[in-house]
Structures are given as C-alpha cells and as structure tokens.
Design a protein around this ligand. Sequence first.
Ligand code: URA
Ligand code: ZN
Length: 376
Amino acid sequence: MASLLIDIHTHLYPPSYLSLLKARKTVPYVHQPAGSSSPRLIILPSDDDPSIPQHQRGRPLDPSYSSLHLKLQFMKQHNIAASVVSLANPWLDFLPANEGAEAARMVNDEMVALGSSEKFKGKIFAFGTLPLSAPMDLIVQEIHRLQGLHKVIKGVILGTSGLGKGLDDEALDPIWHALEETGLLIFLHPHYGLPAEVFGPKLAASGHVLPLSMGFPMETTIAFTRMYLCGVFDRFPKLKMLLAHAGGTTPFLAGRVDSCVRHERAFLDKSGKLKQRRSIWEVLKENIWLDGVVYSEIGIRAAVDIVGSDRVLWGTDHPFFPPIESEETEQEWLSVKLNIEAVEKAQEPNSTSAKNILGLNAVTLLDLELPSEAYR
Ligand code: URA
Ligand code: ZN
C-alpha cells in the first residue's frame, strides 16, 4: 500500500494577493507584457535585472500559482492526501505599516474560507501570514486570531527579515511570546537569499540556480543561527519551528556553530565561565522540525540524523519547480518524484520512519483531521 502523503511545503498566491503585486512596478511585482504572453512574477531581489528584457525577467506566472482547484488536481495526480498551504514569498513584508494588518486578515480569511469549504475540507490546511510591517499590537492580535481558526490554520509562515533587522532583534519578543503561548508552529522560509555580488557577474546566465540552491538555504541557516545565538530559544523554550529545505545547511554546520560558541570569548561571563545557554543540538531536537525538500537521500539522512525521523516532514514546494521540458503537466513532476525517492532511499521504503516522514509526522505535529479514506 502506498504511504500516506501529506505536503507541508506548498504555496499559493491567492487572487487578492496577486492584485497587490499587479499594482506595483518595483520588486516584488507582476509584469503583464503587451500581447498574449503570460505575466511574469518578478519577486526575488535578483529578478529585476535591467540587462534582461522585462518580459523575460523572473518566471512565468501561470494559473497554478493562484488556483486551489489546480492545487487539488496536482494533489490527485501525485496521490497527496492533504496539503498545508502557505502564502509564497515575499508575503506581506513589503507593505506600508498601515496596510499590513488588513492585508493579513484578508489573505488569512481567504485561506480559511477555502480550507473549510466542502470541496477542500480535510484536504487543505494552511499556515497563516503575519503583517510584519504593522504595529506590534496588531501583529500579536493577528496571531491570537489565527489560534481561533485552528481547524484550518496550523501555524504561520515567516520570512527572515523580521521587523527589518532580522530574527535576532529583541523587538520581536512579543511575537515569539504570542507564538509560544498559542502553540502555533512557525514555518521559517527564505526569500532574500544572498547579495548578488556573492554570485558574480555571470548570475543571469544560470537564472535561478544560484539564488534558489545556495542563496535560499544559506539565508535560512543564518536566520536560524542568529536566533539561536541571541538566545530566542532560551527565552522562549517552547517555540516550535519548521525550517524550510531541511534547515538549509544547518545539519552540516551545527557542529561548527557549537564549537565556535564554546570557543568564543564574547560569551564568557565576568568570572571567565561560558554563559549558560541551551546547546544547538538540544534546540534542534526540542524546538526544530525540518522539511524534506532537499531532493536527495543524503540531505534526508542528514536531516534525520540531526532532529530524528519523527521531526522530518515531506513537502513539494508546488507550484514552484514545475516540469519545464514540455507543456505536458499531466506527467509526474520530477521535483515531487525526487523528494519521494529521497525519503525512500534514505529510509527503507514502507518502513515506519519513511511513512512518518512522508505523512504521519505532519498529522501528529499539526493535529490534522483527515477523512478516514485518506488512510486507505
Ligand atoms: N522560488 C521561490 O521564490 N519561492 C519558493 O518557495 C521556491 C522557489
Ligand atoms: Zn517554498
């Protein structure tokens, strides 16, 4: 019998959100070329390269980015029983302070309406979005409102910019406090990558390869490490966080972080002893879950080694990474196949740990109410 598949990393740009992007002329924005060619989604800092004609910048924006019906079709095609949908990057980060709260309510309510409709009930759940540019009391208010929508909303998706200074900013403490108090899972997802200079003058020649394969994972690794170093997990020991793309390079670099901390004079107290803090290993085992969107058994093994097979969760990153060689979207997506194979090669196929990663961990962690036929 095929394993239960639950997709915890899958995105949507609801139509109301696309309207916000269509009204803009600077990143992030949607460009509608004259004539019949498809609109372009120009969202990454490196997308708006003046050396590239505007109608070729970013990526084509097809209906799968905003249609839940097409999401359901994709799920059927790949035997995915349920998806936890999140707004895709860059969320509401770019909105002026006075627009964030209303936009968050609008997007979150749209997700809840979809997830509670007869057609999608038990198949579609969601991570909410926070209005990070809004005044702090409104951000905290939205977190508490989301807790009341728990039948559909299973956590919040969060980028790495925080209030503008990153996630090690103490001004975020009321947000961490509210998330800890409500028990909402934080899905930490990259967007900003690394500065274009890091990738050099040939960046455009390889399109999104460097920003997505290197920039995204490094951004997540650094954001999580900064949170760890500034003691967020000591101040809020019950925080629950799911790191995108198996934590970037966290499984590989945690040992270096740990050793550097233990050799860092900045962390000595007045009597010359290292200040008490939870170790990064402890935080990884107690506060962190990793997604399995790494496309390789080596990455899955590293994720399992560092957090345990009960804390790794499968995902697709749909609608990103569609097949590109033909118009044939009926075929199994390579990106999906690679992520299933990665789990089945890293763990024995049909083993308890493979089944947990592919679906059951999500059911337990997010308390998903699935129809009984999902388990057949
Ligand atoms: N590209 C993006 O911009 N976001 C994703 O989540 C995946 C690919
Ligand atoms: Zn993603």
